[in-house]
Ligand binder design. Structure first.
Ligand code: AMP
Ligand code: GLY
Length: 418
């Protein structure tokens, strides 16, 4: 089978690496890709902003399946567009992507499906929310309804913090000032991410992770796309997985079908383990980055076989086998990330790790310069992933690699897994 992966991060590098191991792969393409992805896949010359360009490439190269990595493609309706062209896509329709792209949709779905979630109300916009919070007790969580690159949520301890957030939206400094605002009860407990492969009707659990979103040690500093993770989540037990499947995933799939918008692709539930049970915090409609890198490392099945089962809508007939080994992933980033940072710095030490069985160096923001050296080309630059029999050993291995790779201004969190 010829496959096209869309994206250019560490997630897509790990997906391409796993796909490249399958005997069923004919030609493997990725676009836009990066210098690491180019080691395991052909880089397709496509304008990925144009669905027509993607579709033309797929027809010319007899692509059996397109795997979009990020929610951006899904939110823009890549699945709907390519399916109309007769091309298979592993990812939900634009409407089904509302599980990630609209917080209001997900809260409403929780109520319709009787899924435990923080108590909530919806406001027309930030101005309306400012009036409502005057009468409420804090802490409260405020969320923009629409996608806001990780900046759309505030856990506000005081009314003043909430007002600053809302004023920023009103002034146009943050997200879309027409967006609805959700105000919800503040929950406390440990969080975890639980990943599922979903074929419209049935779902299979494929792994879990605990992620570290803040830029600095001790969960300090700005929110990022993720600075590292461990897999599985320390909260994962068979009972927990089965409870999430029965009480969260299955009711979600049933409601999506009742609404006429079945979900196909990868769905991950961000949950909180509270004293009153497991609450759904959010959904994402694709694999997380960098969670995907750690989760895929533990799956014994080939990733392509899981995708084929999704395409054929027979995921229930596939047994997902997870390794007992655990994994960790640490992101090495450029100074300044998640705000502005410089690119083009030469990366030292990267050549040391090529064929290690339990260590992978996935590229997130890299390219090669004219001399053939790897240089930085993004904020999150490399993802170091390792597997070992326990988390302590995996973290030791991952961090031993991190300390050997650097460039001017590189940094990473030292407390992933703590
Ligand atoms: P979300 O984008 O909905 O996942 O929210 C981002 C982060 O805000 C979550 O990962 C939580 O750490 C936090 N958060 C969201 N909703 C709540 C809530 N109801 N109570 C406490 N923390 C929350
Ligand atoms: N690491 C969080 C995300 O992929 O959204």
């Amino acid at each position: 089978m010829n496959i096209l992966v869309l994206g250019s991060g560490g997630r897509e590098h790990s997906i391409c690496y796993e796909l490249s191991k399958s005997k069923k792969i004919g030609k493997l393409f990725c676009a836009p890709g990066n210098a690491g992805i180019a080691l395991v896949s052909k880089i397709a010359d496509i304008n990925t902003k144009s669905f027509i360009s993607i579709s033309n490439f797929c027809k010319k190269n007899k692509i059996a399946m397109v795997i979009p990595g990020s929610e951006e493609y899904l939110d823009k309706g890549i699945s709907d567009f390519l399916i109309m062209e007769g091309i298979s896509v592993i990812g939900p329709s634009k409407f089904a992507s509302s599980l990630e792209t609209s917080k209001y949709f997900t809260k409403k779905l929780c109520d319709l499906s009787k899924i435990k979630t923080a108590k909530w109300i919806v406001c027309d916009d930030a101005k309306h929310a400012k009036k409502i919070i005057e009468e409420r007790k804090f802490p409260l969580v405020l969320k923009m309804d629409s996608l806001a690159a990780g900046k759309g949520v505030i856990v506000a301890k005081t009314i003043n913090e909430a007002k600053i957030f809302l004023n920023n939206i009103i002034k146009g400094n943050l997200g879309n000032n027409k967006s609805k605002i959700i105000i919800e009860e503040c929950l406390s407990g440990e969080e975890g991410s639980f990943f599922f492969a979903v074929d419209g009707t049935n779902a299979k659990f494929i792994g879990s992770a605990k992620d570290y979103k803040r830029v600095y040690d001790g969960n300090k500093g700005l929110n990022t796309g993720g600075m590292g993770c461990i897999s599985p989540s320390p909260k994962e037990t068979q009972k927990v997985v089965s409870s999430i499947m029965v009480n969260i995933i299955k009711p979600t799939l049933k409601t999506m079908n009742n609404l006429g918008y079945p979900f196909t692709g990868f769905l991950y539930a961000g949950v909180m383990f509270t004293k009153k049970g497991i609450y759904l915090i959010e959904y994402n409609v694709r694999l997380g980055d960098p969670e995907c890198q750690a989760v895929l490392a533990r799956i014994k099945n080939n990733f392509l076989d899981i995708c084929i089962a999704l395409k054929k809508k027979n995921i229930k007939n596939i047994k997902i086998k997870l390794q007992s080994a655990v994994s960790s992933c640490v992101v090495i980033a450029s100074k300044g990330y998640p705000e502005s940072y410089e690119k083009g710095k030469q990366i030292k030490g990267i050549e040391l790790y090529k064929n290690e069985k339990n260590i992978k160096v996935y590229h997130a923001g890299t390219k090669k310069n004219d001399k053939g050296n790897y240089i930085t080309n993004g904020g999150r630059v490399l993802n170091i992933v390792s597997k070992a029999k326990n988390i302590k050993k995996s973290l030791e291995l991952t961090y031993s690699v991190c300390s050997n790779i650097s460039w001017k201004g590189s940094f990473f969190r030292k407390d992933i897994g703590s």
